[in-house]
Design a protein around this ligand. Structure first.
Ligand code: NAP
Length: 507
């Protein structure tokens, strides 16, 4: 069985002590073990701060962008191997696995391009210079410079390659070294991605390290120049934020957490119209892709009361036809959940939803090996848990509405994305105004958009994150992503001196 090591301080280090076993969730076969015990976390953090940081800060944005291009090329060369690992260790169908691996490569390439466009500068010039006194000599200008700490990235189990790449792309381009920690249960693809990046020798020493296994007290070791970007459950995010050192040193923390994403079908949409078909297709994809284990997946489906009977019938039929099984079988359209713990959580969530609504479709259990669950659909008229409890699996609820769907959506208390399917301009205007303050992104579905990726796909050009329950964080969004890793500083003084300094930056 493979033993996964951590890559810290310029070498692979095998953990000691208690190990965690990584499984194939379709067969429950043990594939690998991981342990982070004995890995010197403090030394790894210092190695990043003292070796990786200075090397990255000495480079221009264009040079850092070229590093990302090198990482993307290395992952592209290992693409088939990474897909196979996600299929074996993540329960992914090949299409699910591509979503993760190709998403990782595309995001690195998008940030490589941003680096090339930013060019020779090493920091950002923020806005216009300002005359501060009576004479133009007294001048002010904002700059954004790389922090001198380490960026710790803690990722969720559902996107091992993309989670590594999307966070690292922004940090490395900004000039901060990274210590990345994948979720242990599905870490095999992230671990192999790290191996191929190390083997390709595309990064300076200390720019990227990886801790495989339990996080131990990693967040508790961070200080004032460090940042922590976390993706995972709201409960873990809350625990990290409350750590005394995080509070005392005002460590910058970004949390991407739970989200009860909604899809709203407009009141004017007719049964079997192109818009109706698009809505059904995208809801179906979100419930079944990655067995619903996507932070952006649609959990609440808001339907005009008059169309409820039709949607119920059509959606139940489409979901019922989804072939669930081992991703190794080519016929399979939906694989198992990623782990036994995940299946247990989802079953508990289904009990809560079942207590306040009617189950239209889906089975809670299945004989034999593997953490399988077929798609589950509830109908809930007046629920509470449906707006408060994220069931992280192939489970969604239909909710009828008569008016003001935005008010119902807002009961989710903050989400990553909400989708609206309508061509009625007045309805869209009102819905967007009501939904926008509660979300990081709104997806306006339209049948004329060719090859629409749907609401579940996070694009590097657009911000990813959301207020409230979603963690209050923000990642990606093109160049915006850099700001988390940069310190804004206002420089005031003599104009020629400030302008001379500014020549090392880029607007
Ligand atoms: P989790 O249990 O919170 O774990 C997430 C990560 O945090 C893992 O790497 C885990 O390591 C680590 N971790 C656990 N306890 C920790 C602690 N005390 N200190 C530091 N790190 C700790 O979440 P999950 O169940 O894996 O992920 C599912 C959740 O993630 C869902 O709720 C989903 O909504 C959310 N999610 C959000 C987004 C987003 O972008 N908003 C994206 C994906 C998933 P180990 O694996 O080693 O325990």
């Amino acid at each position: 069985m493979q033993i996964l090591s951590s890559y810290v301080c310029g070498r692979w280090t095998q953990g000691t002590g208690a190990t965690q076993t990584l499984l194939n969730p379709a067969t429950e076969e043990a594939l690998a073990t991981a342990s982070s015990e004995g890995v010197d976390l403090a030394a790894a953090l210092d190695y990043a701060r003292n070796t990786g940081g200075p090397a990255l800060r000495a480079m221009s944005f264009a040079e850092r962008g070229a590093l990302l291009q090198g990482m993307a090329d290395a992952l592209q060369d290992a693409r088939d191997e990474l897909l196979a690992l996600n299929m074996a260790n993540g329960g992914n169908t090949r299409s699910d696995a591509k979503f993760d691996v190709d998403g990782a490569i595309a995001t690195l390439l998008a940030y490589a391009e941003i680096g090339a466009a930013l060019g020779a500068g090493r920091f950002l010039v923020d806005g216009e210079g300002i005359q501060l006194g009576r004479s133009p000599r007294f001048h002010g200008q904002h700059f954004a410079v790389p922090r001198h700490g380490v960026a710790v990235h803690i990722n969720a189990f559902n996107f091992p390659a993309w989670g590594l790449a999307e966070k690292a792309a922004a940090a490395l381009l900004a000039g901060m070294p990274v210590l990345s920690k994948p979720a242990t249960a599905t870490a095999m693809a992230a671990h192999r991605a790290m191996q191929v990046i190390v083997e390709a020798k595309v990064l300076p020493e200390g720019a990227l390290q990886m801790l495989v296994g339990a996080p131990r007290d990693l967040p508790a070791l961070l200080g004032a120049q460090d940042v922590l970007a976390f993706t995972g459950s709201g409960d873990t995010g809350e625990r990290i934020r409350a750590l005394p050192n995080i509070i005392r040193h005002a460590v910058r923390v970004n949390v991407e957490a739970d989200s009860l994403n909604a899809a709203v079908l407009g009141p004017e949409v007719e049964h079997r119209s192109d818009m109706y078909e698009l809505f059904l297709k995208e809801v179906l994809r979100d419930i079944t892709q990655k067995a619903g284990q996507k932070c952006t997946a649609i959990r609440r489906i808001l339907v005009p009361r008059e169309l409820m009977a039709a949607v119920k019938e059509d959606l139940a039929e489409m979901l019922g036809a989804t072939k669930v099984g081992d991703p190794a079988d080519e016929e399979t359209r939906m694989g198992p959940l990623a782990s036994g713990a995940q299946l247990k959580d989802v079953r508990a969530g289904m009990e809560r939803l079942g207590a306040e609504g009617k189950k239209l479709l889906g089975e809670a259990s299945r004989d034999g090996k593997g953490f399988f669950l077929s798609p589950v659909l509830f109908e809930i008229e007046n629920g509470k848990a449906v707006h408060e409890h994220e069931v992280f699996g192939p489970v969604a609820s239909l909710i009828p509405y008569a008016e003001n769907p935005a008010a119902i959506v807002a009961r989710g208390n903050g989400g990553l994305v909400c989708s609206v399917y309508s061509e009625d301009a007045a309805f869209i205007e009102e819905a967007v105004a009501g939904i926008a303050p509660w979300h990081g992104r709104i997806y306006l579905g339209h049948p004329k958009i060719e090859l629409s990726p749907g609401p579940g796909t996070v694009l590097p050009q657009l911000a990813h994150g959301g207020p409230g329950r979603a963690g209050g964080g923000e990642e990606l969004g093109g160049r915006r992503a850099l700001s988390f890793y940069l310190q804004r500083v206002a420089l005031e003084g003599s104009r020629p001196v400030i302008q001379a300094f500014g020549k090392g930056g880029v607007t």
